[in-house]
Ligand binder design. Structure first.
Ligand SMILES: Nc1ncnc2c1ncn2[C@@H]1O[C@H](COP(=O)(O)OP(=O)(O)OP(=O)(O)O)[C@@H](O)[C@H]1O
Length: 684
């Protein structure tokens, strides 16, 4: 394989072709039928030039004028081979596994290996060219157990990125943390992080430093017209002796620097989750908090942690081989953890507290360098974090605050074992010696139970609204669209939307490429983000989307959680996700911070019927119109049970048995219900 990397692209293709096992060729043959798209995205359609920058359009693909487009009328034909989109990353490169990122991606590969009998060194990937040999007609899902099969097929150390191009897609890269988690159905091999160290190419990507002028640091978007409506949402706090909520930032008694930063960030009123979480964290309590998407959970944990650190008189950490951060924040995706880091940097501005971010898909040496320069708050994706701990670049002895953002995902089968490993690390202070904080918009009951293991028994549970409820600022519509009509419908919608920023969610990485290519062909400036894109490309895609250069972003679930992008007015679920929680997170990319958004979902009777009932509940809980046909499907579903109260598919209360069935209140102050709208609780 090493020899192969030194061959020219052409000879590599030949090499790879002859390397295919019969079984893989057969699998590839199956793979050419993309779900719902008999019009196969061929090598030519995805044969994207790497010289993207020369197009001046970054990640988007541009079809030459007059190129023939393929829409549903020519679904049985391939797109014109002469019209190749110049679209970096949609197809052109493949990588072969990263030594540096091994630990990050070991999960996905290990799962692939375990399912495939531990084989390494297979060829695969090859989007649009040689075909990911492991695909079958069902496609590999972005989330779930098949993900590992997509990666590292060629295996072996293969040199740096410059040598990766085989003219096909399917880059191996490490650390798609987001990819392995989520469905709760993924298989997991604990201990894989330490296994085999010599897989894949060296990752050379170093993310550019974020702009450090004050204006950029404090750049923010405006709260929307419904921001004040947050006041009316019911908040429930359960657990012993919760401290009273605060109504204003002043009541939090934060230091002057923090208050200044809050003002510069444009925050003048607390959101409900902040009103309740800030005093709880300031009081040193462990917390599990559940609040709608876009309602300010990040600041709800960052501000009190920073306040504690300021009170503790933390001094600037000095350059050292090993750093011992006081706070560790973990999140499931690279882009999200980077966003959290930027928030931490904003609120810590002008203090000597140094936040650092590390995540997969970037040079390990770069992460090490960042850490060594001093680190008080370490924002990390799990794989990279464990790698740094194993390399003894991060010591856990001083950890006082541990935050799991998107905690339900951090604790599911994808990341749960890793999180357990983290908290049981010998040097990690036990739970009674640290403060553990968990935040998410969704918290399934079984995950709540798991979370209990990480938290002190007397942790507090804050629920703003309904656990797992959708944000009511998102106008949701569900359309019945079969898979063969989806593209046509999408075009209609995007044309009517015009240039408004829109995220289009699809279920697989491959389909993300396909739809992005298709939209570009239709002359809609589109970019894409998913776990098979290189980190550089993912970040470029987000930049292009944020700036409006590409107003359409086609995404897999990698972008479903946490991303806070200004002005996303629409979310389209081209494919509905497999779980209702995922739906709630996806549509939450719009309608943030009091702004209004719209979400349109294509409901395919053949594949989505299982979602009818939970969808109906989410819609009605958020006071949305429920289509009659959806109601009918939901009611006719086997086992449909509408005697249960709406929303009861979600945990509506703290699952701790001790506190349940007490009629809402007891002498210890359990299960207090609060409405932030009470007359004396104005935010002004
Ligand atoms: N009190 C506030 N006043 C004004 N803006 C705020 C306030 N709190 C948070 N925001 C802004 O609201 C936006 C959404 O916040 P954030 O990303 O923390 O939401 P979230 O609840 O974590 O959402 P998700 O569940 O999608 O992760 C951000 O742009 C943030 O800066």
């Amino acid at each position: 394989m090493n020899t192969a990397t030194n061959l020219s692209n052409t000879s590599n293709k030949i090499f790879q072709t002859v390397s295919l096992q019969t079984e893989e060729i057969l699998a590839y043959t199956a793979d050419i039928i993309v779900d719902g798209f008999p019009g196969r995205p061929t090598e030519s359609s995805f044969n994207c030039s790497q010289s993207t920058n020369s197009t001046g359009f970054g990640n988007i693909c541009i079809w030459p004028q007059g190129s023939r487009s393929f829409r549903s009328q020519d679904v049985n034909e391939e797109p014109n081979r002469g019209c190749q989109p110049r679209m970096r990353g949609f197809s052109s490169r493949r990588n072969f596994g990263s030594r540096e990122e091994r630990t990050e991606d070991a999960h996905s590969r290990s799962r692939g290996f375990s399912r495939r009998g531990g084989a390494r060194g297979d060829f695969r990937g090859g989007r649009g060219g040689f075909g990911p040999s492991q695909y079958n007609e069902n496609e590999q899902r972005e989330r779930g157990p098949h993900v590992g099969l997509r990666r590292g097929m060629l295996g072996g150390p293969t040199g740096d990125q410059e040598h990766r191009g085989f003219g096909v897609r399917g880059d191996y890269r490490g650390g798609n943390e987001e990819v392995i988690a989520g469905s709760g159905r993924s298989t997991w091999k604990s201990g894989v992080m330490e296994s085999g160290d010599n897989q894949g190419p060296k990752v050379t990507y170093m993310p550019p430093p974020p702009p450090d002028d004050e204006e950029a640091i404090f750049a923010h978007y405006q709260t929307g017209i419904n921001f004040d409506k947050y006041d009316t949402i019911l908040v429930k706090v359960s657990g012993l002796d919760p401290p009273p909520a605060i109504l204003t930032f002043e009541e939090a008694n934060l230091c002057q620097t923090l208050n200044k930063n809050i003002a510069k960030a444009g925050y003048s009123k607390l959101t409900p989750v902040q009103k309740y979480s800030i005093p709880i964290i300031l009081a040193g309590r462990d917390l599990m908090a559940c609040a709608q998407t876009g309602s300010g959970k990040t600041a709800a944990f960052l501000l009190p942690i920073l306040a504690h650190m300021m009170n503790d008189g933390i001094t600037a950490s000095r350059f050292k081989e090993q750093q011992e951060p006081e706070c560790i924040i973990v999140a499931p995706t690279r882009e999200l953890i980077n966003q959290i880091f930027l928030e931490a940097r904003k609120f810590a501005y002008g203090t000597c507290i140094r936040p650092v971010v590390i995540y997969g898909g970037t040079q390990t040496v770069h992460s090490i360098r960042q850490i060594m320069q001093g680190c008080n708050i370490l924002c990390a994706t799990p794989g990279r974090l464990m790698d740094m701990i194993n390399k003894e670049k991060v010591g856990l002895r001083k950890v006082k605050y541990l935050v799991l953002d998107e905690a339900d995902r951090m604790l599911d089968m994808g990341f749960g074992p890793e999180m357990k490993k983290l908290v049981s690390y010998p040097s990690m202070p036990p739970k009674d010696k640290r403060q553990t904080l968990m935040f998410s918009a969704t918290f399934p009951e079984e995950i709540q139970r798991l979370a209990g293991e990480f938290l002190k028994t007397e942790y507090l549970f804050v629920v703003v609204g309904q656990v797992g409820g959708a944000c009511s600022d998102v106008q949701q519509s569900i359309l019945q669209v079969d898979q063969y009509s989806k593209r046509e419908k999408l075009i209609d919608i995007l044309l009517s939307i015009g240039k408004e920023r829109t995220m289009v969610f699809v279920e697989t990485k491959k389909k993300a490429d396909f739809i992005a290519t298709f939209l570009c062909q239709e002359k809609i400036a589109t970019t894409s983000i998913h776990g098979d894109r290189e980190q550089r490309e993912r970040e470029e895609a987000l930049r292009d989307f944020r700036s409006g250069k590409c107003p359409v972003l086609v995404a897999t679930s990698v972008a479903a959680r946490g991303l806070d992008i200004e002005n996303v007015q629409h979310v389209v679920n081209f494919d509905l996700p497999s779980t209702i929680d995922e739906y709630v997170h996806r549509i939450g990319r719009t309608g943030r911070c009091g702004n209004i958004g719209k979400a349109i979902s294509f409901f395919d009777l053949k594949t989505d019927s299982h979602l009818a009932e939970p969808l109906l509940k989410v819609l009605s809980d958020a006071q949305q119109e429920v289509p009659v046909w959806l109601e009918e499907i939901a009611f006719s579903a086997p086992g449909a049970n509408f005697s249960i109260p709406r929303g009861s598919i979600f945990a509506s209360v703290d699952t701790r048995k001790t506190y349940q069935g007490k009629d809402g209140m007891n002498a210890g102050g359990l299960n207090q219900s609060y409405a932030t709208s009470s007359a004396d609780e104005s935010w002004d």
